[in-house]
Design a protein around this ligand. Structure first.
Ligand SMILES: Cc1cc2nc3c(=O)[nH]c(=O)nc-3n(C[C@H](O)[C@H](O)[C@H](O)COP(=O)(O)OP(=O)(O)OC[C@H]3O[C@@H](n4cnc5c(N)ncnc54)[C@H](O)[C@@H]3O)c2cc1C
Length: 410
């Protein structure tokens, strides 16, 4: 099936976390030739110089760790910077129900890790550079795509070649995916009224191994532990309030944090950086088009309240790589509609479940009648008191339940 007239079997547009994992997973089949196009070079990270924390961090699940390990990228993450957490608490700030998850209950050392997005991307890039069947074009930008019955032509800017011909193109180019737009794939997007204010702070409390989230009607308030006595604070609120909070000077912002956040936060010594993000949920009408597939944020976005966006994107990448490699081994056309349909069925179901579950949580903790609030609070306490239910939910959050691709299994 490897025809010499093709520049690559698969071109991955977007070398972010999802595109990086996809290319590394595809490279496990040495008969595939892969090109990755990435428009922005990742900023280097020197662990020795103890660089300040990036604002963009992700809570990686155990399944994500397994996939990153399987492609050899986990060591690069750990040697740079990753903060494990062992406990996870969620509580109702209005009525008071609470659920506490502990890694020891699941018989695992940790529930997940908080890692800077840049660290994940760089560690994947280290792997890609060393692979003989992967070529990375960076900085290089996709300009346009032309899909035909038996191949796809890509026009590029800034790449060693201005045109590429491939059997299959994957759009892992994020929420504003050009691949998706060029292929005319529609996406249903709902903007939440909340924005996320993210701040990196130094806490008076020593290094913590817990991530927690308190839900109040204006939106969740969360703390994600970073290494040392650093933490990433996520404060969801309406846009106007987030703009106001972002503009406050450090002292006034700390004072607002202390007045509003739960006592678990403890004192805040300093605020290193702040940024805000609009929040939306979105899902494409189709994950595939003629010789094209979409993965990660290019195909869906979720409310970040449970830190699942990149975790489901990495599962897309592993599932798609598995589908393509199986087709290649069976000497089938890797860009054929029937091959890509298997990927679509697989991931659409799992991602739909996640998008709607997170949306339901968001709504349940919004403005609700008193009877519902009591029910919600009782629900949290019940989950806390019934180990079977608590453990099932914990396994979901760890990403170890569901129809997992091979790379995410033990
Ligand atoms: C406030 C907030 C907090 C979050 N927290 C978490 C969390 O804790 N856990 C979690 O799992 N998820 C979290 N997420 C979601 C997570 O950040 C995203 O799901 C993730 O970044 C998506 O990764 P991706 O690789 O699909 O896309 P992106 O990260 O957007 O990467 C796309 C890549 O494609 C490149 N690109 C784009 N267009 C082109 C082009 N035309 N040519 C070449 N290259 C191109 C870009 O440069 C980029 O590198 C959070 C999101 C927000 C907003």
């Amino acid at each position: 099936m490897n025809k010499p007239e093709f520049d690559a079997d698969v071109v991955v547009v977007g070398g972010g976390m999802v595109g990086g994992l996809l290319a590394a997973a595809l490279s496990l089949d040495k008969s595939l030739r892969i090109v990755v196009l990435e428009s922005a070079e990742p900023t280097p990270f020197d662990p020795g110089s103890q660089p300040a924390y990036d604002l963009r961090v992700s809570a990686l699940s155990i399944a994500s760790r397994r996939m990153l390990e399987a492609v050899g990228a986990w060591d690069g993450i750990e040697s740079r910077r990753a903060c494990p957490y062992r406990d996870l608490s969620v509580w109702d700030g209005e009525v008071g129900g609470r659920t506490d998850f502990h890694a020891r209950d699941a018989g695992v050392p940790e529930l997940g890790y908080i890692v800077e997005n840049r660290v994940i991307q760089l560690s994947l890039w280290d792997q890609l550079q060393a692979l003989p069947n992967v070529e990375c074009y960076c900085p290089a930008t996709l300009e346009s795509i032309d899909a035909h019955a038996d191949h796809v032509t890509l026009k590029l800017l800034g790449a060693p070649k201005s045109r590429l011909k491939a059997r299959l193109v994957v759009g892992a180019d994020g929420a504003n995916s050009l691949v998706r737009q060029q292929m005319g794939i529609s996406i249903e997007t709902t903007r939440y009224e909340q924005h996320a204010l993210v701040a990196n702070v130094t806490t008076a409390l020593p290094q913590q191994q817990i991530t927690w989230q308190r839900f109040v009607p204006t939106g969740p308030q969360a703390m994600l532990p970073l290494c040392g006595s650093k933490a990433s604070i996520v404060w969801y609120h309406n846009e106007a309030e987030v703009i106001r909070l972002k503009a406050l000077d450090e002292e006034a912002f700390i004072s607002e944090l202390m007045d509003t956040f739960p006592q678990e936060l403890g004192g805040i010594n300093s605020v290193e950086a702040r940024a805000s993000f609009p929040i939306s949920k979105a899902h494409v009408d189709s994950y595939t088009a003629n010789r094209i597939a979409l993965a990660g944020d290019a195909a869906h976005t979720v409310h970040p309240l449970a830190g699942q966006g990149v975790n489901i994107g990495l599962l897309d990448a592993a599932a798609l790589a598995e589908t393509i490699i199986n087709a290649q081994k069976a000497e089938r056309d890797i860009g054929a509609a029937q091959v890509l349909a298997r990927y679509e069925r697989w991931r659409r179901f799992e991602n739909n479940l996640m998008i709607h579950s997170l949306d339901a949580i968001h709504k349940a903790f919004g403005e609700q009648p008193q009877w519902f609030k009591q029910l919600r609070s009782a629900g949290l306490n019940t989950v806390n008191n019934v180990p079977f239910v608590r453990n099932r939910l914990m396994l979901r959050a760890m990403g170890t339940e569901g129809d997992l691709p091979q790379l995410a299994r033990l």
